[in-house]
Unconditional design. Structure first.
Length: 132
């Protein structure tokens, strides 16, 4: 499991002063990027140019509102690794460490040149296995 901490910013909230629903995916993706940077230089993966890792499915359950300036924690964990994809779980906790949202993203490994499916590279598998 990987823990990512951040603070809710004004641009992430709506007129009611709570996180706008789609911004939770941005926060989750920030946690994912932070994790990758700690294990596998993301810039090196992308500049290599061989493959891309698009999100092909995203889902969320919104449990409690998150307010402006609230300090939150995202718990990132591995759901599963398949032949050419992997899924990640995110639990967003509010400042009281209560679960405010649960998200899941599924990522596919594709060749950059033609979008063909390819196996999850060993470097990515090794990085993801640290989430167990």
């Amino acid at each position: 499991m990987y823990h990512y901490q951040t603070t809710i910013r004004l641009h992430q909230t709506d007129a009611a002063g709570v996180v706008f629903f789609s911004h939770l995916f941005v926060i989750a993706h920030d946690a994912y990027e932070s994790f990758l940077e700690s294990r596998l230089p993301l810039n090196a993966v992308l500049s290599d140019g061989k493959y891309i890792i698009p999100i092909v499915r995203a889902q969320a359950d919104y449990l409690l509102p998150l307010a402006l300036s609230e300090k939150i924690c995202v718990e990132l964990s591995l759901d599963q690794i398949g032949e050419s994809s992997f899924s990640l779980n995110y639990i967003v906790k509010n400042s009281n460490m209560e679960s405010a949202a649960r998200l899941k993203t599924t990522h596919a490994i594709r060749l950059k040149k033609n979008q063909e499916k390819v196996p999850v590279p060993d470097s990515v598998k090794n990085a993801l296995e640290a989430l167990h």
